[in-house]
Design a protein around this ligand. Structure first.
Ligand code: COA
Length: 165
């Protein structure tokens, strides 16, 4: 039986920390769906379309990944997709309480969907989309923290790209 996992998040934008989780998740599961949440509570820098485009470029080396969007409850989406598990990364102790709460709530809502946690690679333990966006906004060097396309798009967003001659 093929095993399918959903890797949900805002991905505003995707970082190398997310890719690290995906690289390892893809070795455990036959297929991983990267699912962008349409989240009206979180003000996003990039539109969902822009996020999809960056994901497509950043993840094109993976053969067993699909990109999708969802709204509503994550477990309902997981059932719709026939998924076996929700894949989440755990960066530090500070992530634990929120992730624990969410995993337990999801289990209460649907006992058939398991949450699988992977510990984030040490290099990415301090990263988040917000911190990368903040550094980029003020012209900080974020190379190597996010895929190239993301670094480029952030520079464009904040209008830091040198004008072409
Ligand atoms: N490396 C680097 N950064 C990481 C990371 C990793 N491995 N894993 C997470 N992050 C960062 C993200 O970049 C994000 O940063 P930001 O807050 O600066 O944007 C932050 O951690 C939060 O992660 P993210 O996964 O994007 O969003 P979230 O924690 O808000 O969770 C869902 C999103 C989709 C899992 C959750 O909101 C959800 O399931 N919603 C649907 C409704 C639902 O079913 N709720 C649960 C039961 S009621």
């Amino acid at each position: 039986m093929k095993k399918l996992a959903i890797y949900p998040g805002s991905f505003d934008p995707i970082t190398n920390g997310h890719i690290d989780i995906l690289e390892r998740g893809c070795k455990i599961f036959d297929k991983v769906i990267v699912a962008i949440l349409h989240n009206p509570d979180k003000a996003a820098l990039f539109t969902v379309e822009e996020r999809i485009a960056m994901l497509e470029i950043s993840l094109n080396k993976f053969k067993n990944i699909e990109i999708d969007t969802f709204d509503g409850l994550l477990v309902d989406y997981a059932v719709k997709k026939n998924a076996d598990a929700i894949l989440r990364g755990m960066r530090a102790v500070s992530d634990f309480e929120y992730e624990f709460q969410m995993a337990l709530m999801n289990r209460r809502l649907n006992r058939d969907i398991q949450t699988v946690f992977l510990i984030t690679g040490l290099r990415w333990i301090f990263t988040s989309s917000s911190i990368i966006k903040e550094a980029a906004r003020f012209g900080g060097n974020i190379d190597g923290m996010a895929p190239e396309v993301v670094c480029k798009k952030l520079k464009e967003k904040f209008d830091l790209t040198p004008p072409s001659t």
